[in-house]
Design a protein around this ligand. Sequence first.
Ligand code: TXA
Ligand code: MG
Length: 351
Amino acid sequence: MTTKIFKIDKDIPYNNLKDLTYAVEVINNGGLVAFGTETVYGLGANALDKHAVKKIYTAKGRPSDNPLIVHIAELKDLYYICQNISNDALKLAKTFWGGPLTIVLEKKKIIPYETSGGLETIGVRMPSSKIAREFIRISKVPIAAPSANKSGKPSPTNAQHVYKDLNGKIDVILDSGECDVGIESTVVDMTDNPTILRPGSITKIMLEEVLNLKVFSNFNENDKNEVPKSPGVKYRHYAPNGNLTLVIGNSANVVSKIKALLKDSKIESDKIGILATKETAHLYNKNKYCVLIIGNRNNFQEISKNLFNTLRKFDDLNITEIFAEGFLEEENSVAIMNRLKKASSYKIINV
Ligand code: TXA
Ligand code: MG
């Protein structure tokens, strides 16, 4: 299969109506289209068509029990695919949609088990991205879309990432440029007590303020007391090819620990990468090691936006050993640290 790439304006998709219409036809004929959202690129198929949805799993190499997020264009579309929607769930939808929040709800029969990974529930999201919304609206079907990466790789935040992972395996890539948020949506289960299954840029406190209720968390899969509720969390994720060690603490301690690790490392120096910040990058020998800057230490929005792109760069540069600076956990760094911990397969040093 040849993968077609169309450049499309993320704010005014009608400038490229012909390409958008072509992508819509592909969806309506059971094909696969990758498209940009405000979070990351998604790999879309008609969520109502089990044959189309199966192709997503094949293209990504994704385990079939890992459910897909269903994307809708308008709030009213929610009633077409979900039932027993609580007032609290609706409150969240009305407050945070379109935006980076996925709400897990009881599915209606119209959603096949291929889409829900065999579950009676589905995650639903209405993106804020104009191009994503228009694409769904014109398709006239809900669109199932996991992140458009090869299973296990960091999520794609631009069309080149998608091309690298899925060229020849999907029909179309709608290239709408870089994603603004850079990490995937917050997933909150609203079928029971509100529970965050995956942290994102919409934080626990933001949800609690709207609901006026305690919101629980269930995404710390290395915590032996927690049984993972979200099937996705049990799989290796966000991992670059290189072996990543995450060092967490205050910035001065983190830098000295990484320097000590560099000194002890048996790996050739040109195969070693350091994930650093603007404030700390100059403290490492950039002539010897590959030092990449993820952003300003205090700007978590910037760090989120650059995170996956930076992890992918280490792969492009054939780095086999990565030492990554971690951040102290606070409300706005939880999602970033969640992705970094997974990328390290829990090889974490606290200093
Ligand atoms: O920002 C995003 O959410 C992106 C863009 C494309 O919208 N999509 C995305 O999809 O990240 P994916 O499939 O890579 O991640 C979906 C996560 C997985 O961890 C999955 O297990 C969980 O959501 N999930 C989906 N449906 C669920 C359900 N019914 N119950 C529990 N977890 C669910
Ligand atoms: Mg994913």
